[in-house]
Design a protein around this ligand. Structure first.
Ligand code: ATP
Length: 868
């Protein structure tokens, strides 16, 4: 895919402009929050980017997740709009972008009011796009001398964790100049500006292949509401929201990346689907209730855990020895969390013990790494078994104080004894004062130490006895202190700090030993993330309201046959927001003989929804998820490219027309025969004649490209002008709407939405059916009538519209080229059917022969009479 995209002729693309704050050739950006900020995934990546100077637009990207220590390396060849680079950046939400200082110039743009990173003028078109797409993310220059491939390779060799993928990673990046240079700048910046150094062999560095995943450019991701909603802030109104039932933070991240960049390997998708509902494996998650529940219970013990973050904190803490009690407390807490993770991992392993699914077996093997047991026994030797996970209050403090086993270190035991006595003294003081004043005092632990607490109603006249100080009223309770309590707190704090610093020394040694086996922890983290995501898919696929044997029938397992065929597909997001029974399901059929589909119909009749549904179900299937339909089969696409009109374009002061043209140029530049293209209402931004012309020309280019394209349009002329193409709609009215799914194999034709008029206005049925809009139904005129236009105006409008329509139809039907086109089209359809029958039919041989025999007659008719 990469090379195809890179080598695509650029004639259709708009020209580059060097100074372009916002121009027609920029990919219009829309409300940004939803791919990044509106989900719970914070921007964490520091991304270093370097672009080659050659024509190939080679871009190297190195991204470091500050929280989890993951490092992602990508080198790709991009197009003029840098859409692939933007896609990668969206996958790794940047919080800081590093570029060579030569990409920026400070000359003459300084302004006291601008933040430092805004004071630069860019000298790089790529940077212009980055600033448009990520306007709030700081861009920082790094001296050009730090972008050094040799030192980048040294960083990778030094920092990459010792695991099975290390050798592959080093090999994969070793000849990638731009990505290695970015690595060098990234770690130099971490050292010099972020003051962060990483321990040797401690980071999970991965070189991502650009092929192997489907590209969804950032705007398409927003249009399709993949990880955020266009209008509603609630993030569950997105594909991510619908599929995310994960327990761990790593799985939620994995799911997000998969949705924004689904995999394209058929065997990998099938392996994931097998985990949910295996054809051969009865022990798949959706079939085997015990397995489903056991995995769920095991994952629950890891709830909200983020191993990656935990590991990264340990890795960083090893290089940053702490001398403060606060730092020591943080490290002890991290180690306690790690203890809980390592103790609980065997539960998940046990749940998967008997699995026959190859993918779950891989997960099982990853969790069976001997090094995990070694880490567990190291922790068991040093730490107490108690797995209390309290995060606040005195219980959390005590968990840290008693984290290390008794008799491990004499001094620590003594310090703990002192701490215990100090706490005892404080409780003693509480009892004494309770008796002395006859008020029911209790103790609350705050960050600064203990305070007394008393319910408001237990204090007469809101008057505290003498001797109490610093009283505050919070949520119906008084909190206050006394001089004695303050002194005791200070003594307790000293003892506490001492225990923490002594514990930390022991834990620091433990961290060093654990780091030797850190590869196993990273592997376990990946395994848990995968199984958690797949469990989440199984959860979505199972209808909780149905019982055996129908429990699976809410979502179906998609097939990957190369033909896009969906029976009674439902829009997955609309399904969750519409009241029961009001969602209309729709069929989809698209193959090589009718790769280009025009959808027509009145406003508000469901065209955009239908297009989005096609995109969403495709994304779900390619992630390995089941889909909401009665039957679904897909083609694996290299990219989903979309154009939907967006009100945000107007907000951004980008004219509708400029925005349409920029997006169309991008789509035409990137589309390959394997792409899925969804275009809604192209050509609105200019005069109707020009609009129809442009829409026609863009449609022609897509038809030529042979990608699967769905084209919703108001231009009825398109169905005529394009019908000469063999892979487009068959023209004309058809009364026979598909009644059964198999009929879909004949062909899908021009599609339209259905609407009818009721006493109260137009009623939309949201049903996509075959055929051109009925000649005598002009919904625009109907709407005009409902809007009470004068009757003589309406009569005249009807007369002219009918005459024009009849004239068009007559010209069309009698044209010779139309007849030729009809024959070509029929032949192409028959060829596709034959291929389908040959490759995918499950009919017995005899039936298959009879079936093929029937084609002879059809082919003859097609040749002689141009009959479909
Ligand atoms: N299959 C469906 N089932 C139920 N409701 C639907 C369905 N499809 C669309 N709708 C509802 O109809 C509304 C309009 O749909 P949509 O925006 O897709 O229409 P449209 O034909 O693209 O309109 P326009 O031409 O004005 O852009 C949606 O907000 C949705 O609530």
């Amino acid at each position: 895919m990469t090379s195809q995209m890179a080598s695509r002729p650029t004639s259709r693309r708009p020209p580059t402009t060097q100074t372009r704050p916002r121009t027609a050739n920029s990919r219009p950006t829309t409300a940004r929050p939803q791919t990044a900020a509106s989900t719970k995934h914070e921007a964490n990546y520091v991304v270093a980017l370097l672009e080659g100077r050659g024509l190939g637009r080679e871009v190297g990207l190195a991204a470091l997740d500050k929280d989890t220590g993951r490092v992602v390396l990508v080198q790709l060849s991009d197009c003029q709009t840098y859409v692939k680079t933007m896609h990668q950046m969206h996958l790794h939400n940047p919080c800081l972008i590093l570029v060579p200082d030569t990409f920026l110039s400070t000359s003459g743009v300084g302004s006291a009011r601008k933040p430092a990173y805004r004071q630069y003028m860019t000298r790089s078109p790529m940077l212009d796009f980055i600033r448009e797409e990520f306007p709030d993310v700081p861009v920082e220059p790094v001296l050009r001398k730090y972008w050094n491939a040799t030192s980048g390779l040294e960083f990778v060799q030094q920092l990459c964790v010792e695991d099975e993928e290390r050798a592959g990673t080093i090999l994969a990046v070793s000849n990638k100049y731009y990505v290695l240079s970015s690595v060098s700048a990234l770690f130099k910046h971490a050292e010099l500006r972020l003051n962060t150094r990483f321990a040797s062999a401690s980071l999970r560095i991965r070189c991502l292949p650009v092929d192997g995943t489907m590209m969804i450019d950032p705007e398409s991701a927003r249009n399709l509401e993949l990880v955020g909603n266009l209008s509603v802030k609630k993030s569950t109104h997105s594909i991510f929201g619908i599929l995310n039932h994960t327990f761990t933070a790593m799985a939620a991240r994995l799911l997000r990346v998969n949705i924004l960049s689904p995999i394209t390997s058929q065997s990998s998708i099938d392996a994931r689907l097998d985990v949910v509902e295996g054809k051969e494996f009865s022990q798949a998650l959706a079939f085997d209730e015990d397995l489903f529940n056991e995995v769920k219970s095991a994952l629950k013990t890891l709830n909200k855990m983020d191993f990656d973050k935990l590991i990264a904190m340990l890795v960083q803490s090893e290089t940053k020895p702490t001398t403060t009690a606060q730092g020591a407390a943080a490290r002890v807490s991290q180690m306690l969390n790690l203890r809980n993770v390592v103790h609980n991992l065997p539960l998940l392993r046990k749940a998967l013990e008997g699995t026959k699914s190859p993918l779950l077996r891989i997960v099982y093997d990853m969790l069976s790494d001997q090094r995990l047991e070694r880490i567990d026994s190291l922790i068991r030797m040093a730490l107490n078994e108690d797995t209390s996970t309290v995060k606040h209050g005195i219980a959390a403090v005590n968990a840290r104080v008693y984290a290390v086993k008794a008799n491990y270190n004499r001094l620590l035991d003594v310090a703990r004894e002192t701490y215990k006595e100090n706490v005892g003294d404080i409780y003693g003081l509480n009892n004494t004062l309770t008796d002395a004043h006859d008020i029911p005092l209790t103790l609350v632990y705050l960050e600064t130490g203990f305070v007394f607490s008393l319910k408001k109603q237990d204090l007469e006249n809101d008057q505290l006895p003498r001797g109490f100080i610093n009283a505050t009223l919070k949520k119906g309770k008084w909190q206050f202190s006394s001089l004695d309590l303050k002194k005791m707190n200070a003594r307790m704090k000293d003892a506490l700090d001492e225990t923490l610093i002594l514990s930390d020394k022991i834990i620091q040694d433990l961290v060093s030993e654990i780091l030797l086996n850190i590869g196993a922890l990273y592997k376990a983290s990946e395994a848990v993330a995968l199984v958690d995501m797949l469990w989440s898919f199984a959860h979505s696929a199972i209808s909780e309201f149905l019982t055996e044997p129908q429990r699976m029938r809410n979502y179906v397992r998609p097939e990957l046959t190369g033909t896009l065929a969906i029976k009674s597909g439902r829009h997955p997001i609309l399904e969750t927001v519409r009241s029961a029974g009001t969602l209309v399901s729709n069929d989809v059929y698209c193959d090589d003989s009718f790769s280009f589909q025009i959808i027509q119909g009145p406003n508000m009749s469901g065209k955009s929804t239908y297009l989005r549904q096609v995109g969403l179900l495709t994304v779900m299937a390619m992630c390995g998820s089941f889909v909401p339909a009665e039957y679904a089969s897909f083609r694996i696409h290299d990219a989903i490219l979309t154009r939907f009109s967006n009100d945000d374009d107007l907000e951004k002061n980008l004219s509708t027309f400029a925005s349409e043209m920029a997006t169309s140029a991008m789509i035409l530049g990137l589309a390959t025969p394997k792409s899925l293209v969804l275009i809604d209402e192209l050509g609105r931004g200019t005069s109707p004649i020009e609009g129809a012309g442009i829409a026609h020309a863009i449609a022609e280019a897509l038809i030529e490209q042979k990608c699967f394209a769905f084209f919703a349009t108001h231009f009825s002329e398109l169905s005529m002008t394009l019908s000469r193409q063999p892979t487009v709609l068959a023209f004309g009215r058809t009364g026979n709407y598909p009644t059964s799914f198999r009929r879909g194999h004949e062909s899908i034709r021009l599609q339209r939405t259905r609407a009818s008029e009721s006493n109260f206005g137009m009623t939309f049925q949201y049903k996509i059916i075959d055929g051109a809009p009925e000649d005598n139904t002009h919904y625009g005129l109907e709407l005009a009538r409902l809007a009470d236009l004068p009757s003589d105006v309406l009569v005249e409008a009807n007369r002219v519209t009918s005459n024009l329509t009849a004239l068009h139809a007559r010209n069309q039907e009698h044209s010779e080229s139309h007849q030729i086109a009809l024959r070509r089209k029929t032949l192409l359809r028959l060829r596709t059917q034959l291929t389908q029958a040959y490759e995918h039919s499950t009919l017995p041989d005899e039936d298959l022969v009879a079936y093929i025999g029937r084609f002879q007659g059809d082919i003859t008719k097609a040749f002689l009479y141009g009959v479909e």
